[in-house]
Design a protein around this ligand. Sequence first.
Ligand code: UDP
Length: 329
Amino acid sequence: MAILVTGGLGYVGSHAVKLLVDRGEQVINLDDLSYGHVGAASGSEVVIGDIGDAGLLKSIFSKYTIDAVMHFAAFAAVGESVENPQKYYINNISKSIVLLQEMLAAGVKKMIFSSTAAVFGEPQVVPIPEDHPKDPTNPYGRSKLMLEEILSEYDHAYGLKWTALRYFNASGADPSGTIGEDHTPEHHLIPIVLDVALGKREKVSIFGTDWPTPDGTCVRDYVHVTDLANAHILALEALRSGASSNVYNMGNGSGYSVKEVITVAEEVTGKKIAAVPAERRAGDPARLVASSEKIKKELGWKPQFADLPTIISTAWEWHKNHPNGFGDK
Ligand code: UDP
């Protein structure tokens, strides 16, 4: 039995692929290379193509006996989703519906889905539990919430079992040093801050210094990408054992402001990081911090890299040793 991973050459997907391959799973890694890197394959069987290509999916499902799908392939930049929502709805919704259609046609009824903290919008309580009201502040978050709802209806109607893992801020790099974060263009805070430390950028812009938070900058819950990858393995095992569909928030339960991230990065790298105040970024909530008690209790998830200095240290090792990322873009 093989696992079909979509977007398995991207940041979080490639870390899950590595753990799957290390465990001896057969991994079919479908990626359109829009953001992925062939250098991130970790020995998986790469198929370059589109998750919206029904013919390609039919051929994959007929060639391999697929046990479950891990669905990472999506666009994930909050600001861009506000400027170009169509890109998000076509890719994250329409194409996912084609993927689901072909899964069902092939009788594949297990999916682990990459969801996001952005489904919540501005939180009413922090840390945020799974059943917190959902009111996304941007099309990216809305696209992920819609797919969660679609999955729930597909379970009811077709018996599709699914687990959504709602990532808060995925960060860091696999401790092996072989894979890490490499987006072009880069939108995320930690890699941008580390680019400044490397001298690749002059400064980081702080998107808003007048938010209703202790130091006026946005607060986020940074969770290590290898800890996220491990959660996918736990979710796969649970579905294989007959678990019902479920949703889990994935974070460390502690929030760090943009300014705090910069300070920790200065400590880790030993470099001064120039930062300048800038306009708020459209679509950003002020504060997102997860309660991940549910996945700890139900699936036994134990984060190994829970503190921010460790997370940034693993990211720094990757960026220092791979200043041009995978070197293919
Ligand atoms: N951010 C920032 N400057 C940047 C990139 C991000 O101030 O150059 C802020 C952003 O507004 C958010 C936080 O850093 O409050 C984390 O943003 P990121 O894009 O890394 O992740 P997101 O929270 O959007 O998933």
